[in-house]
Write a protein that binds this ligand. Structure first.
Ligand SMILES: CC(C)(COP(=O)(O)OP(=O)(O)OC[C@H]1O[C@@H](n2cnc3c(N)ncnc32)[C@H](O)[C@@H]1OP(=O)(O)O)[C@@H](O)C(=O)NCCC(=O)NCCS
Length: 182
């Protein structure tokens, strides 16, 4: 369990499944993904994240909880990608929050915590982030984190002709992050 000023980043629990399914079924949240998720797909994803955190002994895509109310906010975290992309092996940072929690700096707070964890606990050299070129809110967060734009790429899971296939790629090195944090 990791704490920030407003948030707890923690292992998944059964009570997260319903609010996670709600946000995964929300067309606004899922606007830049191929499709919203069914309850079963959402539960499978939460279980996958839970198993990865367990296997990694504490890190992955955490469940994010608001300290003041205990509400489930969404997920923010880190995922190792051994071979999926041309730039693999890599560790990506990602985020998906319920709409109620947008525009408050909550994603930035959780992502800052995740990058601190990646560089100060895991001693990784570099973290990547990527999103469909249309997803300017997500790209904005990458910029606010001080990540550096790289050449775009076509997501291998989508047909080249798919409207969401073209992705922005950003990176930040440990040196870059530590310099920014000073
Ligand atoms: C991508 C996503 C996480 C970005 O969330 P966000 O709330 O815009 O990002 P931040 O946490 O950085 O918040 C920035 C906003 O909070 C405001 N803010 C308020 N209080 C703040 C504070 N204390 N600190 C920083 N910013 C604050 C900023 O002014 C900014 O406002 P704006 O959005 O009106 O310009 C969110 O849009 C999302 O979950 N989208 C759906 C899922 C998705 O697409 N995920 C990415 C797939 S790759």
């Amino acid at each position: 369990m990791i704490e920030t000023a407003r948030l707890i980043l923690r292992q998944w629990q059964a009570s997260d499944l319903e609010p996670f399914a709600e946000l995964n079924a929300d067309p606004d949240v899922m606007r830049y993904f191929p499709a919203p998720l069914s309850r079963e797909e959402s539960d499978n994803l939460a279980n996958r994240f839970k198993n990865i955190i367990e296997a990694n002994k504490g890190w992955g895509f955490w469940a994010v909880e608001l300290k003041t109310t205990g509400e489930f906010v969404g997920t923010v975290g880190l995922l190792h990608q051994a071979e999926r992309f041309a730039f693999s092996p890599c560790t990506e940072i990602g985020w998906r929050l319920a709409k109620n929690f947008w525009h408050q700096g909550i994603a930035l707070e959780a992502a800052t915590c995740a990058l601190n964890f990646a560089f100060n606990q895991l001693y990784l050299d570099e973290i990547v982030a990527f999103t469909a070129v249309q997803n300017t809110p997500s790209e904005g967060l990458m910029k606010r984190l001080g990540m550096v734009k790289q050449p775009s790429f076509m997501h291998p899971a989508l047909a080249v002709s798919h409207v969401l296939a073209k992705h922005r790629l950003y990176k930040i090195t440990r040196t870059g992050w530590l310099e920014k944090s000073i």
